[in-house]
Design a protein around this ligand. Structure first.
Ligand code: SF4
Length: 705
C-alpha cells in the first residue's frame, strides 16, 4: 500500500489551520492537525475532514453544464467560455454595461485562484452592479479602515495572545474560529488569557459558546450596541482617561474635542435604557477596560450587521485608540504580512463614487450593497440588471430577502454561475462552470494572513489531483475574461494583455511576496510546508498609515450625521428581535452536503427564552412560525435560557428545500433560511448594508399554512 503524508492549510474558514493529510493508494484516509504548523500547532475543528467529503462528493459538478429546454447538458470548456461571453456581451451591447451584474460569495476569498484572478475578470465586465458577501456582514469594518487609516483592508485585529482584557461584542469566535481575526484555536488562546490572570467578557443577546468560557457575559438588546459604545467613549473622555501614547503625533487633538461634543448626549443612562444592561455592569465594564494595562475591544457580526454597524466600527476603533489600546501589544494591532493587501494609498476614499440605480445607496470599495440586487433586477428601466454572474456564492440563502432574490434570478435573461454545486442559486443559471477546488488546488490565504493574530506565511501545494479535464478557478476566470475581451477590446489592447493571460496563481503570488513585508519568495515557502513564522504583531501604524495626511482621521465626516441623530430614534419594543447563529460544523451555507457535518439532532431551530415560551404557551420542540414584514418560516422551537428575553435566534445558511437542486444530503436536512425573514430595504443609513441582526419578528404556534 502506497502511503503519503501531505501538508496543507485548511481553506474552510478564516483560522487557516495546518493539516496533515494521509493519502493511501490515491485516497485520503486521514486528516489531522499538523502539530508542526507554525501558527495552528496541531489545532483543527470538525470541519477539516469535510475537505475529503468535498473532494469525493458524488453531487459535485466536474464539467460545464448548459440548461437546454429545462435539462442540463454537458459542454466543452472552450465552447462554454465563448457562449457565456457571447450572451453577456450581446446583452451589454443592447442594454448597456450595467445590464450585467456580478455577485461573489464568501468562498472567493478562501480560494487563491479566485482571490487573485477574479478582480480582473470583474473589471472586464465594466459594470458598476457588483455585489459580494462583504456587504452582508463586514462592510462597517472596511469603511472605518478606509476613512480612519487610509485603506479598506487596513483592519486592526485584536492581539489576543498578549492582551489581559478582551471584550468580545457580537461575536462567537469559539464557533466561528475567528472572523476578521484569524486565530486558530481560539479556545486555547482564550484560556491562555485567563491563565495569565486576564479577563474575557462577552456582550451578546445570546449566551454563546464563547460566553460559556468567558469570565463574564453581558446580555445586550440586539441592535443597541452603538449606544453602549458611544457611552464608553463619552466616559473615557469625561473621566479624563485619554492616553494617546506613541500615536499622539498622528492624532489631531481638535478631533478629540469634536468627538467630545458629538458623544455628549450618549450617557450611560441612555445606554442603560437602550441596551437593557444594568448601570453598574456598564460602569464596571468601562472601568475594567480602561484600567487594564493591555486591553482590546473587538466587535463582529452582531455589531457589524445592525442598523448602525458602520458607526459601531468607528466607535470601536476610537475607544481602542483613545485608551492607548491601539497599535500596542495586547491591543488592536495591524499585521506585517508577507503579501500585503493594504499597502497602496488611494487618493480619494472608495466610497459613494456611484450609487445604486433604484434606492441611491452608496458604493463601497467598488461594490454596491448586496441587498439592492433584488430591486436592481426586478425594477424596469435603463440600467436594469438583465444578466447575472455568480461566483462561489449562494445568495438565495445568504443575502437578505432570499425568497425575493430567488424570484428575481428566475426573471433574468441570462445567468452564469461559477460553482461546484447545483444549488438554490445556481439552479437559475443557464450555464454552470465548476472549478477544481479544496484539496485539488494550491493555496495561500492572502487575506487571512493580513488579518491574523500572528505574522506567518504558508503556501500549500495541491494535495490531490483534479479530475481529468477539470479547470482551476483561475483558468475559468482567465478563459471568460479572454473571451469577453476578444469581443470588447481592440487588437492592440488585447496584445498588451498577452502576458497576463498566461499568468497563474504561483506567478502572481510571487510578485505579491516580493512587494510584501518580508522579501520571502515562493521557493522559501515551498521549502517550509509547515509555514514560516514571522513573529508576533508589532507596532507599525506610524510607518504604514495610508491616509493622505499621514495621520489617523479620528472623526471622519461621514459618521457625523448619524452621531447627531441617534438620540431621537425610538425602537419598537413590541416584537421579538431576530438574530442569527452559527454552528461549529457549518460555515454559512457551505458543507451542508457532507453527511458527517449535518448528522445528529436537528440544528435549524428557533432558540427562545423560557419566559417567552411560557408567554406564548410553547413547549420544547413544537413547531412555530416566525414572521416578518417580508416572509415567514416554520421550524421547531428550542427553549433555552441562553437567549435574552425578547429575542429569538435562527441559524443562517439553511433552507435546502427548493426544487431543482442536486445536493442530496443538504436536501434531506433542509431547514429554513433566516434570510427569508430579512427585509433588504431596512439598511444601515451610512453604508446601505441591509440589517440582518435585530430584525423585528412575530412568533406564533404551529406551521404556516
Ligand atoms: S478551524 Fe477553520 S481552518 Fe481550522 S480546521 Fe476548522 S474549518 Fe479548517
Amino acid at each position: 500500500m502506497a502511503e503519503e503524508i501531505k501538508y496543507r492549510t485548511c481553506n474552510l474558514c478564516e483560522a487557516i489551520c495546518g493539516l496533515e493529510i494521509t493519502v493511501e493508494d490515491g485516497v485520503v484516509s486521514k486528516i489531522r492537525g499538523d502539530k508542526e504548523d507554525v501558527f495552528s500547532k496541531g489545532h483543527i475543528c470538525p470541519k477539516a475532514v469535510a475537505l475529503k467529503d468535498l473532494y469525493e462528493d458524488p453531487d459535485r459538478l466536474r464539467y460545464p453544464l448548459r440548461k437546454v429546454d429545462g435539462k442540463w447538458e454537458r459542454m466543452e470548456w472552450e465552447d462554454a467560455f465563448e457562449y457565456v461571453a457571447d450572451r453577456l456581451v450581446s446583452i451589454q451591447k443592447q442594454h448597456g454595461d450595467n445590464a450585467v451584474g456580478i455577485y461573489q460569495g464568501n468562498p472567493s476569498i478562501h480560494n487563491l485562484g479566485t482571490t487573485l484572478f477574479s478582480p480582473n475578470f470583474v473589471r472586464s465586465l465594466k459594470t458598476t452592479n457588483r455585489f459580494s458577501a462583504t456587504s452582508v456582514d463586514q462592510l462597517g469594518h472596511h469603511l472605518a479602515a478606509e476613512f480612519m487609516f487610509g485603506h479598506m483592508n487596513k483592519i486592526p485585529v485584536p492581539d489576543i495572545d498578549r492582551t489581559d482584557f478582551w471584550v468580545i461584542m457580537g461575536g462567537n469566535p469559539i464557533i466561528s474560529n475567528g472572523s476578521l481575526m484569524t486565530a486558530p484555536d481560539v479556545s486555547g488562546r482564550l484560556k491562555a488569557i485567563q491563565t495569565r490572570g486576564g479577563k474575557v467578557i462577552t456582550i451578546d443577546p445570546r449566551r454563546t459558546e464563547t460566553a460559556e468560557r468567558a469570565d463574564e457575559h453581558v446580555f445586550i438588546r440586539p441592535g443597541s450596541d452603538v449606544y453602549l459604545l458611544l457611552a464608553v467613549i463619552r466616559e473615557i473622555i469625561a473621566r479624563d482617561e485619554i492616553r494617546l501614547g506613541h500615536l499622539a503625533d498622528i492624532i489631531d487633538t481638535a478631533q478629540i474635542e469634536q468627538i467630545r461634543e458629538l458623544v455628549d448626549p450618549y450617557t450611560v443612562d441612555l445606554a442603560v435604557a437602550k441596551t437593557g444592561i444594568p448601570k453598574e455592569t456598564i460602569d464596571s465594564l468601562i472601568t475594567g477596560y480602561i484600567s487594564a494595562k493591555r486591553a482590546v475591544w473587538y466587535g463582529r457580526l452582531g455589531v457589524s450587521a445592525n442598523r448602525y454597524g458602520g458607526l459601531c466600527h468607528w466607535a470601536i476603533n476610537t475607544l481602542n485608540i483613545l485608551t492607548g489600546h491601539f497599535d500596542t501589544e495586547g491591543g488592536a494591532m495591524f499585521t506585517s504580512p508577507a503579501v500585503d493587501i493594504a499597502n497602496r494609498k488611494s487618493r480619494t476614499p472608495k466610497f459613494n463614487r456611484w450609487q445604486s440605480r433604484v434606492s441611491g445607496l452608496p458604493e463601497t470599495g467598488g461594490e454596491l450593497p448586496s441587498g439592492v440586487m433584488v430591486e436592481e433586477i426586478l425594477t424596469p428601466g435603463e440600467g436594469q440588471i438583465r444578466a447575472m454572474v455568480t461566483s462561489c456564492g449562494n445568495p438565495v440563502l445568504s443575502v437578505p430577502n432570499g425568497n425575493k432574490l430567488d424570484e428575481a434570478f428566475d426573471s433574468l435573461e441570462f445567468m452564469v454561475s461559477i460553482d461546484i454545486y447545483l444549488n438554490e442559486t445556481t439552479r437559475h443559471a443557464d450555464v454552470i462552470l465548476p472549478p477544481a477546488t479544496g484539496l485539488e488546488v494550491p493555496h495561500y490565504p492572502v487575506a487571512f494572513h493580513n488579518l491574523a493574530v500572528r505574522n506567518t506565511a504558508n503556501f500549500s501545494e495541491p494535495t490531490m489531483p483534479k479530475a481529468e479535464g477539470a479547470r482551476y478557478d483561475y483558468e475559468i476566470f482567465l478563459g471568460l475574461q479572454q473571451a469577453i475581451e476578444k469581443r470588447t477590446l481592440s487588437e492592440e489592447e488585447i496584445e498588451k494583455k498577452a502576458t497576463y493571460y498566461q499568468m497563474n496563481p504561483e506567478l502572481l503570488l510571487n510578485m505579491g511576496l516580493s512587494a510584501g513585508n518580508t522579501g520571502a519568495d515562493l521557493s522559501q515557502l515551498k521549502a517550509n510546508p509547515h509555514g514560516i513564522d514571522l513573529g508576533p504583531l508589532r507596532s507599525n501604524l506610524k510607518e504604514k498609515i495610508l491616509t493622505n495626511s499621514g495621520k489617523i482621521d479620528l472623526m471622519p465626516s461621514i459618521y457625523i450625521d448619524q452621531l447627531q441623530s441617534l438620540t431621537q430614534i425610538e425602537e419598537d419594543q413590541d416584537t421579538y428581535l431576530l438574530i442569527g447563529r452559527r454552528h461549529l460544523r457549518s460555515n454559512n451555507s457551505w458543507l451542508h452536503n457532507s453527511q458527517r457535518m449535518v448528522k445528529g439532532p436537528v440544528r435549524c431551530t428557533a432558540l427562545l427564552h423560557p419566559d417567552d415560551a411560557q408567554t406564548l404557551a410553547l413547549s420544547d420542540g413544537e413547531t412555530i412560525t416566525v414572521s416578518s414584514d417580508v416572509g415567514q418560516v416554520s421550524l421547531p422551537v428550542e427553549i433555552s435560557d441562553e437567549m435574552m428575553p425578547g429575542t429569538v435566534s435562527i441559524p443562517h445558511g439553511w433552507g435546502h428545500h427548493r426544487d431543482g437542486i442536486q445536493m442530496s444530503v443538504a436536501k434531506a436536512h433542509a431547514g429554513v433560511s433566516m434570510n427569508d425573514l430579512i427585509d433588504n430595504k431596512i439598511v444601515d443609513t451610512l453604508s446601505g448594508v441591509s440589517v440582518i441582526s435585530g430584525i423585528p419578528v412575530q412568533i406564533s404556534a404551529g406551521s404556516a399554512a
